[in-house]
Design a protein around this ligand. Structure first.
Ligand code: G3P
Length: 222
């Protein structure tokens, strides 16, 4: 499988509305030029418009609730209707109990959508692999937003998560937290990751297109 770059736009002011749509457009352009799959996860209110700008968008979170009388819930069918291909789940900033994780992955599958399940360490990555999400993304919480890449500062987390998941099934494992440049991407893939999940370095970059293009070039070499 070719490496993947996933961009979580979080709830940053720099990724809201028009600015978020521009970031999604950049993701689409760089993906097309590089041949690397680039997933963009915009803010929920921007999802429908973002899906017009970028063919590969995910929600940042989805609820397990069914369609119907469920006020305020974001359903799998709603994100699919908005054009999303899938959803992040259980991000460190939006943790879910394990029974919710299981239900939500099942709901996404029923809706024909992909899931990128976040985990905080190797133990959790291995334990949650049985739910067979499309991807697992391991992110040590203490490095999130730090600018210090997991692939440099904690390579053992990447290696041991890949091993823990591989002992259960073949779910591809991405890594994230602090990923900031092409070298961080290269190291992550060398450690066995199927790609990277990043946020602040891209969202807050002076030139997000140049940064993403350099990361995609590094990923495309594998
Ligand atoms: O989901 C991506 C993430 O939590 C990592 O954030 O800002 O360290 O790239 P960041």
């Amino acid at each position: 499988m070719k490496p993947i770059i996933a961009l979580n736009l979080k709830a940053y002011p720099e990724s809201l509305g028009k600015r978020g749509l521009e970031l999604c457009q950049i993701a689409a352009e760089v993906s097309l030029l590089s041949g690397v799959r680039i997933i963009a996860a915009p803010q929920a209110v921007d999802l429908r418009e973002a899906a017009l700008a970028c063919p590969d968008v995910f929600a940042q979170h989805v609820d397990s609730a069914p369609q119907g009388a469920c006020t305020g819930m974001l359903t799998a069918e709603a994100i699919r209707d908005a054009g999303a291909k899938g959803s992040l789940l259980n991000h460190s900033e939006h943790r879910l109990p394990e029974n919710e994780i299981a239900k939500t992955i099942a709901r996404l599958k029923e809706a024909g959508l992909e899931s990128m399940l976040c985990a905080k360490d190797a133990e959790e990555s291995g334990r949650l692999a049985k739910y067979e999400p499309t991807f697992i993304a391991v992110e040590p919480p203490e490095l999130i937003g730090s600018g210090i890449s997991v692939s440099t500062a904690k390579p053992e987390v990447v290696r041991s998560s890949v091993e823990a998941v591989a002992s259960v099934n073949s779910t591809p494992v991405l890594c994230g937290a602090g990923v900031s440049n092409a070298e961080d991407v290269r190291k992550a893939i060398e450690l066995g990751a199927a790609g990277v999940l990043l946020a602040s370095a891209f969202v807050k970059a002076k030139d997000p297109k140049a940064l993403l293009a350099s990361m995609a070039e590094a990923a495309a070499r594998f």
